[in-house]
Design a protein around this ligand. Structure first.
Ligand code: GLV
Ligand code: GLV
Length: 320
């Protein structure tokens, strides 16, 4: 019988789906991130590992689990927590959960853009602290959105969805940068390709949608921040290390840019010193895909990828 280990409780639909196939499935007894040792201990000898983006899975962990391991189904679209080369070398299949979280992450990106420009979190803290003494002409002035320019860095599924919604809903002009131009999407969305440098100089809002790779680590650092308009905002719902967070804290302190809204952090779950003290930043704890709808579908998709492999087929969401 095929054995599966799930590193943490996830929405039940995927688990039920696997149980229905009569596999031997075990879920972590703890509701927390497992250590490497615990993953190896509990997953020893399994055929499939269903893991989270908070689990670092490298060659050593793969070897510790053993040679029966056929598939690592990541419960995430990003796969930067897994050593893909090590998996390839060992003939282990890696899958992710793309598509089903595109809308949720696009929605959260837009929510962050609104939150930071309208100063929602800061104003909420002010109101709750009993500081509201009546309407004032200059109280919490923020930035308008309609008609401005949004720079998308990384025009994949999520970047494209943010672009479409902002263009259609708020008459926002969309420009983008990506490693490769996507002329089909440019035409479909009516958007323009810019170099990263020109995008940063031009955009009123910059939103990051690239995967974390060695080439995208610190893609936005001191130099890039200094190119941005002092009235501009930076949004990140991709992966924390894409931004040099220390440089961002400095840029926010010195008002090099006007604000930032982040769902992901370079040293997650920790914040760089000073970040959480700033008022011109909105912080959410890596929850962009956290809707009832999306997390259920991610669970189903991760399970389906395992079932596909166990049935001898090609999984729907093959990464390597
Ligand atoms: C969330 O960050 C994901 O990659 O699914
Ligand atoms: C991720 O799903 C992306 O392609 O944006």
């Amino acid at each position: 019988m095929f054995k599966i280990f799930v590193t943490r409780k996830i929405p039940d639909v995927g688990i039920q789906f696997l149980r229905g196939k009569k596999y031997d499935i075990a879920v972590s007894p703890y509701d927390r991130v497992l250590t490497r040792r615990e993953i190896i201990k509990y997953a020893k000898g399994v055929d499939a590992l269903l893991c989270l983006l908070t689990d670092k899975i490298d060659g050593e962990v793969m070897d510790g689990i053993g040679t029966r391991l056929k598939i690592i189904a990541n419960y995430a679209v990003g796969v930067d927590n897994i050593d893909l080369e090590a998996a390839k070398k060992r003939g282990i299949i890696i899958t992710n959960t793309p598509g089903v979280l595109t809308e949720a992450v696009a929605e959260h990106t837009i929510a962050l853009l609104f939150a930071v420009t309208k100063r929602i979190a800061e104003a909420d803290r002010f109101a709750r602290a009993g500081k509201f003494k009546g309407w004032e002409p200059m109280l919490f002035l923020g930035s308008g959105i309609t008609g401005k320019t949004l720079g998308i860095v990384g025009l994949g599924r999520i970047g494209g969805e943010v672009a479409k919604r902002m263009r259609d809903g708020f008459n926002v002009k969309i420009i983008y940068y990506d490693l490769t131009r996507n002329e089909e999407m440019e035409k479909a969305l009516g958007i323009e390709y810019f170099s990263l440098e020109t995008l940063l100089r031009t955009a009123d809002f910059v939103s990051i949608h690239v995967p974390l790779l060695p080439s995208t680590k610190h893609l936005i650092s001191e130099k890039e921040l200094s190119l941005m308009k002092s009235s501009a905002y930076l949004i990140n719902t991709s992966r924390g290390p894409v931004i040099d967070e220390k440089a961002l804290v400095e840029a926010l302190k010195k008002k090099i840019i006007r604000g930032a809204a982040l769902d992901v952090f370079e040293f997650e779950p920790k914040f760089s010193p000073g970040l959480a003290k700033l008022n011109n930043v909105v912080l959410t704890p890596h929850i962009a895909s956290a809707t009832d709808e999306t997390r259920g579908k991610m669970s189903e998709l991760a399970a389906q990828n395992i079932i596909d492999v166990f049935s001898g087929g090609k999984p729907k969401n093959l990464v390597v």
